[in-house]
Design a protein around this ligand. Sequence first.
Ligand code: DX5
Ligand code: ZN
Length: 216
Amino acid sequence: MPLAKIAPSMLSSDFASLAAEAHRMVKDGADWLHMDVMDGHFVPNITIGAPVIQSLRKHTNVFLDCHLMVSKPEKWVDDFAKAGASLYCFHIEATNEPEALIEQIKKAGMKVGVAVKPKTPIETVYPLVDRIDMCLVMTVEPGFGGQKFMANCMPKVKALREKFPELDIEVDGGLGLDTIDKAAQAGANVIVAGTSIFKSESPKDVISTFREKIKS
Ligand code: DX5
Ligand code: ZN
């Protein structure tokens, strides 16, 4: 299994102090920062776009894991590449031409992720896996932080891990000290967490516990 990577979701941070929040997370052991991009169309919420990534990039070299919950993912590839995004993760439900989009993202110089919503069968990503860097298995309906972890998504993670032992598999939504075991046992190695990290008195301890669980 690939190395554990812990990616705090900056959606739960104080956006008014984004650079300071990013530095704090890195200091506390974050490997990546997870940036939730919502367009108010693919999901019923609006968050941030490329300009915010660009501003943050001026303050840190950390890996920016950008989760695009948008209807036309092909439209923003160049903007995100120029802004300094490290990985561009689009939703399989948002495109009819995933192969072309993958090529576009690679050409722009970013790593590629493909995300699946809870009700989307995991088999939809199988034909793409040899061309991508990561698969994101959503463990809540995308749109909001602070929702309940859907354990019934774990068979998808398990099936993906059995088929692709070296793939980075990310889980996102409702991850915390009470749910990490299920995700780790299923084979996830990239852990996104917003509420459980930012609401904790010790984000550092939460991050290091996640890392330990993935190892075992
Ligand atoms: C939900 C987002 C998540 C969210 C996770 O649509 O993709 O990244 O911020 O937040 P928690 O960890 O609070 O569920
Ligand atoms: Zn996300």
